[in-house]
Design a protein around this ligand. Structure first.
Ligand SMILES: [Zn+2]
Ligand SMILES: [Zn+2]
Length: 347
């Protein structure tokens, strides 16, 4: 099969011909139909992720068609069009049994702990646990964009914050995951204010239905959100993983507000100073989140299939496998708007 392999940090991916994967017990092999290029791939590409051992086929935001089944797989047949979350949970441990697949101690992550989907084929472990059938109405390139940003936002809003209709949601960070939170928050009946420092991103958020936008480069964002929302947001999503947005999000909440941190703090941001007096006096809830359990896919796909949310504006370009290297390098600069998805694996 044709695959794009990371063979040296920060270098263009090597386009290689690798042996076709054969499915082990519980695994299926998919013909990859589409795979998103994500900032997490860039983290791996730079060598910042300790899980990644070279050489590695990147790619964790994929959907595909089942082409081969390993022993013991019962739910899938060749020809099924399916999607998986990026956290591939074992389905057997106590945490999985309790529905908490994102903390499964046996989890595998394609593109990080095993070969991913920048390739014509991918072997998916624990297939009965992790795969979900895609509705026909959802194009593959849009589905692939769900793999990470949209599913993480869905889990944050529904599984963590338990966002309710009519509540105010403040989204700090207008990138891919922030825009996903905006679209899903609106679909859930919330009112949404998006905060960023880039005017273009705020204009894009407004065009996607944000009730209000706030430019944190021009004003005290927390104060502006408290004013817009009549006392503060009920829920805040932090999508960058840095102290400035965490602090802004905490201060933007009303009392008993809930803050979900989606942004991954890395490097100098792993430790940060936060206004804990605001947490105390506001009786706030602070939560972290990572990924989404596969069992939440049906509710998300149903919302999309029913036309209640259109995620296609998130995907701004479809590319070939050989163009993935340029997309990774582009994350060194402020990311271009929207998501790139590989749909052509032959060129
Ligand atoms: Zn497990
Ligand atoms: Zn991703």
């Amino acid at each position: 099969m044709r695959a794009a392999q990371l063979t040296a940090w920060r270098q263009p991916l090597t386009l290689a011909t690798l042996p076709d994967p054969t499915p082990g017990p519980g695994e299926v092999v998919l013909r990859v139909l589409a795979c998103g290029v994500c900032r997490s791939d860039w983290h791996a590409w730079t060598g910042a992720d300790p899980d990644v051992v070279l050489p590695m086929v990147l790619g964790h935001e994929f959907c595909g068609e089942v082409v081969a089944l390993g022993a013991g797989v019962s739910r899938w047949r060749p020809g099924d069009r399916v999607i998986a979350p990026f956290i591939l949970a074992c389905g057997l441990c106590g945490d999985c049994a309790a529905g908490h697949q994102t903390i499964c101690a046996n989890q595998q992550v394609p593109g990080f702990t095993r070969d991913g989907a920048f390739a014509e084929l991918i072997a998916v472990p624990f297939a009965d646990t992790n795969l979900t059938a895609l509705p026909e109405s959802l194009p593959s390139h849009v589905a692939a964009g769900l793999g990470c940003r949209v599913t993480t936002a869905w889990q944050a809003l529904v599984g963590r914050a338990e966002l309710r209709p009519g509540e105010w949601l403040a989204v700090f960070g207008g990138g891919g995951v922030g825009l996903s939170a905006l679209l899903l928050g609106r679909a859930l009946g919330a009112r949404v204010v998006v905060v960023d420092v880039v005017g273009d991103k705020l204009a894009h958020a407004k065009s996607l239905g944000a009730d209000a936008v706030v430019n944190a480069a021009e004003t005290d964002a927390a104060e502006a959100v408290r004013e817009l929302t009549g006392g503060g947001a009920h829920v805040a999503i932090e999508a960058l993983g840095i102290a400035a947005t965490m602090t802004g999000a905490m201060r933007a909440l009303r009392k008993l507000g809930r803050l979900v941190m989606i942004g991954m703090p890395a490097g100098e941001h792993t430790a940060m100073t936060l206004p804990m007096d605001v947490l105390y006096s506001g009786q706030l809830t602070l939560q972290g989140t990572r990924g989404m359990p596969a069992w939440r896919y049906p509710s998300l796909l149903s919302l999309i299939d029913g036309g209640h949310v259109d995620l296609s504006p998130l995907v701004t370009r479809t590319i070939t496998l050989s163009q993935a290297s340029d997309e990774l390098a582009a994350f060194d600069r402020p990311a271009p708007p929207g998501v790139a998805v590989i749909t052509d694996f032959a060129s």
